[in-house]
Design a protein around this ligand. Structure first.
Ligand SMILES: Cc1ncc(COP(=O)(O)O)c(C=O)c1O
Length: 478
């Protein structure tokens, strides 16, 4: 059968590729010129002729994999994108194959059931009440006067943040859905928030200039005592905040904002509290590091990406709400949580999402959890954070290097003595050589080299080799 034969070709090629990458036997990054790749892949020929043979498929996959960036490689240190566990990739394959657009229950009961369960799993990790699964549970919740949380899996943290801002805007300005925004809306967020928050401000029509930046300390963490000053400024300008967003953790240096104190401030002032935990909320899975998110339960909404620290293939982001009504009314003005009143045995996620056709994202996450278990995932996270701390101790003690801040996550920024330009030249050279892949960032107006230890294969050895390579390049550049 053609499918099985071709699937075998692909699986064998992937296996070989994976083993080589994990053993560090291939370059972590190669960047051939785009025109070379277009011609090498023979795209034009294949598109015109179709009927790709098994031999051609094998050749194509080999060439394709050669020009991929190897996320499982021990020297992959660049971005907050998971080297996926193969179980998650198998989940992606099943989803791609069955193509159940599960936003309505009838288009994917299996995927909807998994998403419903996983949203509850996430909610419980945050400390929020999970949604009832049966009519009896719903009645019991109503009897006890319980309100419960809700959420959605979506295509990435950026869409999750945008959706949270829509929900928050609707609470402050319920008529905005029909009439457009009133002119007095604003946002509160630290300057180091992810750019998707600023984009969300523009997309929902509030505008980036309406973001009031919270004051931060030298590590970029929000200073709770200074919240009032910025809030007063906002009010003096005749504005109303849609939401206050805090980082858990920040993108640039991986530092957590003090959620507990911020949560109290938001509660006192009746401000929607959104936590952008796209990268760092996964620390909730670790008994050792969950203290970093102390107070998270005070938030109204939380973005939590599984395709970052949970080894899940892109994309799979959870957007969670303490009160399910917040999301159930986000895209409509009357509550649509009619799960058990509908004449169907399941749940439609479509009311909770920007997307119409929606992939069954939960399967990828479930498969990873089923392979590693919560414990395995927690150990992975702890291990990566600990290696990052070890790298920090090592690098910060080297006379030629300075680190930006002591890491709280698996993100570490450091620089070699010299100008900003030197850091960029070093990174460019490392990438061109293809033995290490790292990024750079500007923090407090200084340029740093930035590593994010994502691959389970990375050891302290890679860190030492990286530093040696950086020194070598520096000596050649001087
Ligand atoms: C704090 C934070 N929020 C949001 C995002 C955006 O998430 P995504 O890339 O899934 O859209 C990122 C990405 O790095 C992030 O670090």
């Amino acid at each position: 059968m053609s499918f099985v034969t071709k699937a075998n070709i692909v699986v064998n090629a992937l296996n070989k590729h994976d083993l080589q990458a994990k053993a560090g036997k291939s370059k972590v990054i190669v960047m051939p010129p785009i025109e070379e790749l277009i011609s090498d892949f023979n795209l034009d020929f294949h598109i015109k002729n179709g009927k790709m043979s098994e031999k051609d498929l094998a050749q194509f996959v080999e060439k394709y994999l050669f020009a991929t960036t190897k996320l499982h490689h021990p020297s992959y240190l660049a971005h907050q994108v998971a080297p996926p566990h193969y179980a998650g990739s198998l989940g992606a394959m099943i989803d791609g194959f069955t193509n159940n657009a599960m936003a309505i229950y009838e288009m994917g009961p299996a995927a909807a059931a998994i998403e419903y369960f996983l949203i509850n799993w996430f909610l419980e990790k945050v400390g929020w009440e999970p949604s009832p699964v049966t009519l009896e549970e719903e009645k019991e919740d109503a009897r006890k006067g319980h309100n419960f949380g809700g959420g959605i899996l979506t295509h990435g943290g950026s869409i999750a943040n945008l959706t949270a801002m829509i929900a928050a805007r609707n609470r402050v300005a319920p008529d905005a859905w029909d009439n457009g925004n009133p002119p007095d809306l604003a946002l509160l967020a630290p300057s180091g928030c992810h750019y998707s928050i600023a984009r969300a401000a523009s997309i929902i029509g509030v505008g980036q200039k309406a973001i009031y930046h919270l004051q931060v300390d030298k590590n970029g963490a929000v200073i709770p005592d200074k919240l009032q000053i910025v809030y007063d400024q906002l009010k003096n300008d005749g504005k109303r905040p849609i939401a206050l967003t805090a980082n858990a953790c920040s993108t640039a240096v991986g530092i957590y904002d003090p959620l507990d104190e911020i949560g109290d401030f938001c509660e006192e002032n009746n401000i929607w509290f959104h936590v952008d935990g796209a990268h760092g909320a996964s620390a909730l899975l670790s008994q050792k590091y969950k203290y970093l998110l102390k107070g998270i339960e005070k938030a109204d909404s939380l973005t939590w990406d599984a395709h970052k620290l949970m080894q899940v293939p892109t994309l799979c982001a959870a957007l969670l709400f303490r009160d399910h009504n917040s999301i159930d009314t986000a895209f409509k003005q009357e509550a649509s949580y009619l799960f058990h009143k509908k004449e169907q045995p399941g749940f439609d996620f479509i009311h909770r999402t920007i997307e119409c056709t929606k992939a069954g994202l939960g399967l990828k996450l479930f498969m990873v959890l089923a392979a590693l278990g919560e414990k395995g995932l927690s150990e992975y996270i702890e291990d990566r954070v600990e290696l990052t701390l070890k790298a920090y101790e090592y690098i910060d003690n080297l006379p030629e290097f300075t680190c930006s801040v002591k890491p709280e996550s698996n993100i570490l920024c450091f620089r070699i003595n010299g100008k900003d330009d030197l850091q960029i030249k070093i990174r460019d050279r490392l990438i061109a050589e293809g033995d290490f892949y790292l990024s750079t960032t500007s923090f407090n107006n200084v340029r740093y080299l930035r590593i994010v230890i994502m691959s389970p294969e990375t050891t302290f050895d890679e860190i030492k080799k990286l530093i040696k390579s950086i020194k070598n390049i520096q000596s050649k550049l001087e």
